[in-house]
Ligand binder design. Sequence first.
Ligand code: FDP
Length: 342
Amino acid sequence: MVNKFTTFYRHIVEQERKYPEATGQLSDLLADIALACKVISLEVNRAGLIDILGFTGEENVQGEQVKKLDVYANDVLTHVMKTGGHICAVCSEEEVNFIPIEDKFVENKYVTNKYICHFDPLDGSSNIDVNVSIGTIFSVYKRVTKSGPGSLEDCLQMGTEQVAAGYVIYGSSTVLVYTNGEGVHAFTLDPSVGEFLLSNENIVIPKKSKTFSVNEGNYSKWSSGMKKYVSYLKEIEPESSRPYSSRYIGSLVADFHRNLLYGGIFMYPADHKNKKGKLRLMYEANPLSFIVEQAGGRSSNGEKRILEIGPENLHQRTPLFIGSTEDVIMLEKFLAEEKNEK
Ligand code: FDP
């Protein structure tokens, strides 16, 4: 009989069993991340009620110090990571530097702090105060150094080296989407059971879509190739599903999640003001690119696969074009033509 209630933990353990040499540490680490996200989800849902928003340093009605939700999410994730024993460094979009972690578990051969974690604890933070979906993004790498607290070398690896990545979207329900290189799977949090239950296995993004997501308010700052591509999407040609619909929430996780399920291209280009784009390579672009490729989609900075960009610093920004393969390829053609014209 099929088990209708596959929990996130059970799913990752079953995946890990395919590799006899696996120690189970990655499963435990991912379970720790899921636990932290359940705690954050609870607080996101309560936020409007307890007046937690925007009052860092003030006291709430219980006389407790309240924190902004993004600070809270960062604290929860870094605490869980520091105490779990599986990682040697944590990197957060909220922190200037990476946090090296002492190997307190050195005597325990089952816990060898061999991983590195990167987080965007609460992405889309400008939407927090207005009840729009926000999310947590994470990615996991294996350390390259042998022992001790992690180093910058461990933290600055190419996206191709990720062993797992995912996000949790706090929306009409809380959904966790992850990949460990064996497809993309989604789990919906059942608050009454307190578990993420499998809701969508082996997600495949449509090869071509009818939707684009971009902040068109930046139009006048874009390059000519980018302008031409967006104008092309708005032309009428039913055979190629044009005009495309425009859908832009302004919360990366939410825009990405919709496009992953329905098809679409999300774009955050470089422009005359932000010459390197806005989004962060390590915290946003790499994990979502790993996921989209595992779902059969494509991701690039317009010229190059995101996952093959060599990181130079933890908060490096990158232009990002991500989603349905044929749409991203078409965008790349427009940008290449612009280059040839110069
Ligand atoms: P936010 O500034 O609200 O934190 O990376 C940050 C991000 O949101 C993404 O989630 C979102 O896709 C993008 O920035 C929105 O940027 P614009 O407001 O410039 O469109």
